[in-house]
Design a protein around this ligand. Structure first.
Ligand code: NAP
Ligand code: G4F
Length: 365
């Protein structure tokens, strides 16, 4: 089934679940820049949860700058099959990017059922909505699934598309179910459905309870004298860390291929958590060992020790080559978080009450 050719009458339409997250925000930016009409699913929350994409909002009464697309947000949740069916029918997308997930590995041990529901069952519900819509409408819908290197779990590094999966957390088990469900609709029904097996990717927009951002936020606040130390768990785990802005490009490239397939997306370089911390602290003129404390609450019941991706296939088929090094990534995050700490301190000095940042506030994440 051919992917419809974009025309001025109908710019390409993309639906993104998880648009308010780190990757969702970079992907929305990328697609809007390419002239897509971007639709995103947002969960209703008691507080604003769109801070990562607020800069992409465009007043619908105002004309768009040449070539740029528009972003439209819809309330929804991937655990609600009804709303997924309704949105897919109403939006009639050319491309669907499924990024929604309870994405924190440590939290998935505390909330396994909730994690399976958003990660695994949510994906199945979305795939069913797309399959029905494609069958009725006859137009092809291309699908991207956010698979994860966490699925490799205990399989020795380096990992590529042929490496067996040995998941070590409820999150990874959920992702594996979603991964195989995506492969299955491709093989069984010919859906253009691809999985990106993405290794860890970070940015200044990374959630603050993931280890790189937890470290760079601490670096910023320690540098500004607002905090003395940061409590961490296992410093010996090794990860292949890239920049999220580079990785969303790979997602888009996968859906532009004639044939759907699965790809490892990674830098091919690895640092331990300790090495990343040393790098980040040194960029602010600080010594990591003086400021890191151990807290067993941040250990996991089962750890993934060693992730290092081999992205040769993505390089040769997609022509994808990430330009950002881990040093540039750490620099970007540290600079951002020093600036953020400066703003916090200015507010504090002006007498504003800041929410107390206790080490317990993240609930062991
Ligand atoms: P993230 O920042 O945690 O964003 C997750 C997004 O999913 C948020 O927009 C969140 O909404 C949304 N969400 C969670 N549960 C939902 C539900 N039930 N219904 C609808 N939306 C829901 O994650 P990320 O780093 O951008 O990652 C994007 C995807 O890639 C995730 O599926 C993640 O598991 C996967 N992945 C990430 C990495 C990585 O290193 N970043 C690597 C491999 C795979 P709220 O904003 O309302 O919470
Ligand atoms: O930053 P993390 O929480 O990321 P993790 O577990 O690798 O998962 C991330 O990457 C996956 C891709 O492989 C994604 F699928 C997933 O959605 C998520 O984006 O932890 C990285 C490492 C772990 O080994 C952890 O044990 O850092 C170690 N760590 C040590 N101290 C810590 C801490 N992790 C967190 N979150 N907090 C700590 O205090």
């Amino acid at each position: 089934m051919p992917n419809p050719v974009p025309s001025p009458a109908r710019p390409r339409r993309a639906l993104i679940t998880g648009i308010t997250g780190q990757d969702g925000s970079y992907l929305a930016e990328l697609l809007i820049g390419k002239g897509y009409d971007v639709h995103g699913i947002v969960r209703r929350a008691s507080n604003f949860n769109t801070h990562r994409i607020d800069h992409l909002y465009h007043d619908p009464h105002e004309p768009l700058a040449g070539g740029r697309g528009r972003m439209t947000l819809h309330h929804g949740d991937v655990t609600d099959a009804n709303i997924l069916e309704r949105l897919v029918r109403a939006i009639d997308p050319d491309e669907v990017y499924n990024l929604a997930a309870q994405s924190h590995v440590r939290v998935s041990f505390e909330m396994p059922i909730h994690t399976y529901e958003s990660v695994a069952i949510g994906t199945c519900k979305l795939l069913e909505a797309i399959r029905d819509h494609q069958q009725v409408g006859g137009r092809q819908v291309r699908f991207y699934q956010a698979s994860s290197s966490e699925m490799y779990g205990a399989s020795p590094a380096p990992q590529n598309e042929a490496t067996p999966f040995r998941p070590r957390s409820p999150y990874a088990i959920g992702k594996l179910a979603a991964h195989w469900a995506t492969v299955n609709v491709r093989e069984a029904y010919g859906l253009h459905a691809s999985c990106g097996i993405l290794f860890n990717h970070e940015s200044p927009r990374r959630g603050e309870t993931f280890v790189t951002r937890k470290i760079t936020r601490a670096v910023g606040r320690i540098r500004l004298g607002m905090q003395d130390c940061v409590y961490l768990g296992n410093l010996d785990a090794r990860r292949d860390w890239g920049f999220a802005g580079d990785y969303v490009e790979a997602m888009w490239l996968m859906l532009q291929q004639e044939r759907a397939d699965d790809y490892v997306i990674a830098t091919g370089r690895q640092l331990s958590v300790r090495e990343f911390a040393e790098l980040a602290f040194s960029l602010a003129g600080l010594n990591a060992a003086d400021h890191i404390r151990h807290d067993a609450r941040y250990l996991r019941p089962a750890e993934v020790h060693d992730l290092l991706g081999d992205a040769s296939k993505a390089r040769s088929v997609l022509g994808w080559n990430p330009p950002t090094t881990v040093e540039q990534l750490a620099r970007m995050m540290v600079d951002h978080d020093i600036e953020m700490a400066q703003r916090e301190r200015t507010l504090r000095d002006a007498g504003h009450k800041l929410i107390e940042r206790r080490s317990g506030a993240s609930g062991g994440a």
